[in-house]
Design a protein around this ligand. Sequence first.
Ligand code: HEM
Length: 424
Amino acid sequence: MTEELLGLPVPSVPAGDQGVAWLRAHVVRFSNGAEHARRRALTTRLIENVQVTSLDELATALGLPGSLDDIAAIAPCYQPHEAVTAEADAAVERLAGGHDELTAARIGLLVQAWAATHAFAERLRTSDPSPPVPITRRASQDGVVEVRLDAHPFGHGPHACPGRDVATRIAKNLAFRALHHQDGPFVLPNAWDHASAVALHASGFPAVGTTSLGVAAAHGLEDGAGLAGAETVRLARMLAGLPFPVTADLESGFGAAPEEVAELVAGLGVAGVNLEDGRPHGLAAPREQAELIRAVKDRAPGVFLNARVDTHWLGLALDETEERARRYVDAGADGIFVAGLTEPRDIERLAALAPLNVLAQARTPQQLGDLGVKRISTGSLLFRAALRQAVATAVQVRDGAEPPAAFGYAEVQDLSRGTRSAAG
Ligand code: HEM
């Protein structure tokens, strides 16, 4: 029934030669028939090979750099049933150039992207499964009907969203970033494979990280020695396809040059990365690490870069850690991660610089939140706990004891297909 309704024409819009009225009259979204087909081809081509990590980059890729304030003014007035403000008309005119169809397509793409992607990001952040665009409209014999999009969040039929892949990547990036700017901290569990990542997300964690110890140890490699690059990248690529934000621990970039690390981060598809200034044999110079951070942020600005500062757990003074953290934030880091940080005064000092990430130890999330912490990682804890539990279970079986509760076979199968919640 929904599919049939979505196959009906969209309600027509009146002709217009200025402002929002012009935009509506020239975009694919409010067109039918041959006009729709032509504009659809034009619009789809514009985003065909676009690989971006943020809406800003999308605006640049579409030839409208710096236009997002104007787009934000237009978005609430775009739909034909919405009132048009003078501000929105003026914004369209600033962007419209020669009022040609190609420019309308560019503006239309950004307007579609703006509202829907923010709504999508908010749902990802809050684990809300409802469709970001709840309803659309079609012209039926009985007039304009509203069609619910619960079963088709990206639409269906001739007007289905052509921006799904771009939108999903940007929305995951936005959601992950927003998690670091909430009142309280969020707990980021760290997975080591596909099954652990989906099980954690299904249990109510909006985002999942990776643990370098877990990934390295699962492959018989030493952690922190830059040896598990290929395994980490393979896992990150696999997890990037999941429908929630994932952040990958890339250690210090596995010995690659800054431009190579930047290219890798841009192509991985993950919403965040951790980059540490520890090196297999010592510490990077602050300038060297700042250059790496700048290169990555220039190439992939939408990816949340968490700069791990290793001076603290190597026993150096807090001043050195603070100085490094400041330099990394100046270079573009979105957050800082200081492992082993437990002193309240130290935590408060570093939390003043940028969203601060610490390991889950010593204090409750509430207590860490009161000190200003924004992200609490489990690090390698879950991997180590799972390992111990697996060994304990094997011993119980061998000794004839009742083994502990475990996920059911079908439950794991379902999780792999991403179809079910592990919370219940
Ligand atoms: C980069 C972000 C996005 C871009 C560039 C984009 C672009 C577009 C365009 C151009 C259309 C009109 C297609 C046509 O009429 O033939 C469209 C339709 C649609 N988009 Fe997106 N969109 C984006 C994000 C999203 C998101 C995040 C959602 C919701 C999850 C969404 C849901 C839809 C739906 C439901 C339709 C169909 C509306 C209908 O059939 O009436 N879009 N999108």
